[in-house]
Design a protein around this ligand. Structure first.
Ligand code: PMP
Length: 461
């Protein structure tokens, strides 16, 4: 077979892709008919496809390319590390400098006494670690009955058997025998969709108090931990009412339930602080990290653990680990990424420049006839599409029909926005400039206008 390169015609590449590549979260048969879009290169916030289109990536890949594409420093570090020590494990009483340096740096950056890191290759793997870690923690403390992990409906924590069970996506549970035992889901703090006549504040409190009720129903002696994303990402960028998190923290403290903050999206500047936990004001016992840890340049994730949890876990062997836990190349690249975030004040840029600028423009989209609410924290935002703003009505068409149309209009206008049902979401690279934000919002507005016209034409409003 001759070499397959960027220079081949798009149709040929698409045919080979359809013949051999099974895409995640995709109906591959449908995609094969349509042909996948082939991304060939990227720089800053802009993707180039095989047809030469220049596309503004308002999703930073999969919420991960925090420092933007094309930073040569990361490539140089990876190359250097591959030459020096491309792989070694940390299982059998050995370690290496990249793992030492990255865990030390994360301990410095993480809030409170989160000073210990267990590495994984991804967010899913890290959450699988967390399931086994919190159950083992309680067993080591003489309370093996504390094994239930409470999570939330419409949460996303990964797609392995364990992390997919923690997640609250019913369409995922329908495949492959999920959830595993001893995972319990409570309702999400999604006021727009589920708040009814309640004020957001009352609703936030009520949804948080479902945690307390679940602990009482299940029994305090059965519950190990509560896991949640500070701001739900894949569920549709759902920003909880301000009353929600303080009440969750109160309940976790009262019943001594370990709090796991899944920072896979919120971490590393996304919300305008190093971690979403800081933004929402919580003190987790464990944080899940991935994505922005390396800005997606290398696959790496992990669990950052408190002094107390680590002290208990350190008293016995934890029969757990991955070949690529603390992979030296991934760790070295992550460390360089953190250096860039810190030295270039990327988080200050989100907090003081790009975030406030985007917020003003993004929230103004709520004036569009198709948009119910437009909300954003730092640089993760969402808009709810609705046929009727005041009643927060849903479309009569199957959920996601309108969102899909809108996403197609975004693509046609060289903008990557994602849809979750009939919500549109963004999470651009954190280094996005104000000019690029102007372009993003211009293209989004045009896509919304075109979507609106199409809905009228197809009688979907
Ligand atoms: N947790 C959260 C909050 C996520 O958003 C994701 C991925 N979107 C994961 C975990 C899983 O991470 P990965 O895809 O790296 O396994």
């Amino acid at each position: 077979m001759s070499a397959i390169t960027n220079h081949m015609p798009t149709a040929e590449l698409q045919a080979l892709d359809a013949a051999h590549h099974m895409h995640p979260f995709t109906t591959n048969k449908e995609l094969a008919e349509k042909g996948a879009r082939i991304i060939t290169r990227a720089q800053g916030v802009t993707l180039t496809d095989s047809e030469g289109n220049q596309i503004l990536d308002a999703m930073a890949g999969l919420w991960c390319v925090n420092i933007g594409y094309g930073r040569p420093e990361l490539a140089e570090v990876a190359s250097r590390q591959m030459r020096e020590l491309p792989f070694y494990n940390t299982f059998f009483q050995t370690t290496h400098v990249p793992a030492i340096a990255l865990s030390s740096k994360l301990a410095e950056l993480a809030p409170g006494d989160l000073n210990h890191v267990f590495f994984a290759g991804s967010g899913s793997e890290a959450n699988d670690t967390n399931i086994r870690m919190v159950r083992t923690y309680w067993a080591l403390k003489g309370k093996p009955s504390k094994s239930i992990i409470i999570s939330r409906k419409n949460a996303y924590h990964g797609s392995s058997v364990g992390s997919g069970s923690l997640g609250g996506m019913t369409y995922m549970h329908e495949q492959g025998g999920l959830p595993i035992p001893d995972v319990h889901h409570i309702n999400q703090p999604h006021w727009w969709a589920e708040g009814g006549e309640m004020s957001p504040e009352d609703f936030g409190l009520a949804r948080a108090q479902e945690l307390e009720q679940a602990i009482l129903d299940l029994g305090e002696d059965r519950v190990a931990a509560f896991i949640a994303e500070p701001i739900q990402g894949a569920g549709g960028v759902i920003i909880p009412p301000a009353t929600y998190w303080p009440e969750i923290q109160r309940i976790c403290d009262k019943y001594e339930i370990l709090l796991i903050a899944d920072e896979v999206i919120c971490g590393f500047g996304r919300t305008g602080n190093w971690f979403g936990s800081i933004t929402v004001g919580i003190r987790p016992d464990i944080m899940t990290i991935a994505k922005g840890l390396s800005s997606g340049y290398q696959p790496i994730g992990g669990s950052i653990v408190s002094d107390e949890v680590a002290a208990v876990m350190d008293s016995a062997e934890f029969n757990h680990g991955y070949t690529y836990s603390g992979h030296p190349v991934a760790a070295a690249v992550a460390l360089e990424n953190l250096r860039i975030i810190e030295e270039e004040n990327v988080i200050g840029h989100v907090r003081d420049v790009a975030g406030p600028y985007m917020k003003k423009k993004w929230e103004a989209l709520a004036d569009h006839p198709l948009v119910g609410e437009a909300r954003i924290v730092g640089l993760m935002g969402s808009i709810a599409l609705t046929p009727h703003k005041d009643s927060r009505a849903k479309f009569a068409s199957e959920a996601g029909t309108v969102g899909f149309i809108c996403r197609e209009r975004c693509f046609a206008n060289n903008l990557v926005m994602r849809h979750v049902g009939d919500r549109m979401i963004i999470s651009p690279p954190l280094v996005i400039s104000t000019e690029e934000i102007d372009t993003l919002v211009e293209r989004a507005t045009k896509a919304l206008d075109e979507c609106y016209a199409e809905l009228k034409k197809r009688d979907l409003l």
